[in-house]
Design a protein around this ligand. Structure first.
Ligand code: GRF
Length: 191
């Protein structure tokens, strides 16, 4: 299956998806890496790896117009699924509906706990024993779609949001390629 990956930042999850896609058994390939930030590090990495990229700043654009351009780029690349990987924009309902069941997101908490931002600091402040990461289907409600996979990460004494984020990131890179591959395989069987 052809995948478009939407990114806004560093792109470590995009890199995890990309390198996993090069394993023989991978059921997907990355057809496009697209960003709302033309300076995103993820784009430079994708280019170095020979992956097609699309960058369009959202600044000065309506959400609808920006989303339409991103969606158009994904379709032109032949994407059948979209993987959001640190894409820091909320998508318009129409976009989400058109890709329902075919758009995934990675979120750094054990959903349904801690949707939104500052998830690690909130888990530590609440005295939780574990933080973690979830991959879920994207629906109109932020971070509320069906959870497809999770990994829990222990919160240690003297943990900081940064130290926890660093270990959760390692778990993210394990989780996302596997859940995406599994989801694509199960979608195919359903066809
Ligand atoms: C990750 O922590 C992911 O869970 C969150 O945004 C971050 C993206 O990091 N949604 P990267 O750009 O993949 O390194």
């Amino acid at each position: 299956a052809r995948i478009a990956v939407f990114v806004s930042g560093r792109g470590s999850n995009m890199a995890a998806l990309l390198y996993a896609s090069r394993l023989d058994e991978a059921p997907y390939e990355i057809a496009l890496v697209a960003s709302n930030d033309p300076g995103a590090e993820a784009l430079a990495l994708a280019e170095a790896e020979g992956i097609a990229t699309f960058a369009l700043s959202h600044k000065g654009m309506t959400r609808a117009a920006h989303d339409a351009a991103m969606e158009d780029a994904a379709r032109k690349a032949g994407a059948e699924h979209i993987a959001l990987a640190g894409y820091m924009r909320i998508l318009t309902p129409g976009f989400v509906q058109r890709w329902e069941g075919r758009m995934l997101n990675i979120h750094p908490s054990l959903l349904p706990k801690y949707t939104g931002l500052d998830t690690h600091a909130r888990a530590i402040a609440a005295g939780d024993s574990h933080g973690g990461v979830s991959v879920h289907l994207v629906t109109e409600d932020l971070d509320a779609g069906e959870v497809l996979g999770q990994i829990a990460v222990a919160i240690r004494p003297d943990e900081t949001a940064d130290s926890l984020a660093e270990r959760v990131r390692i778990a993210e890179h394990q989780l996302y390629p596997r859940v995406l591959a599994e989801h694509i395989r199960s979608t195919r069987h359903a066809d």
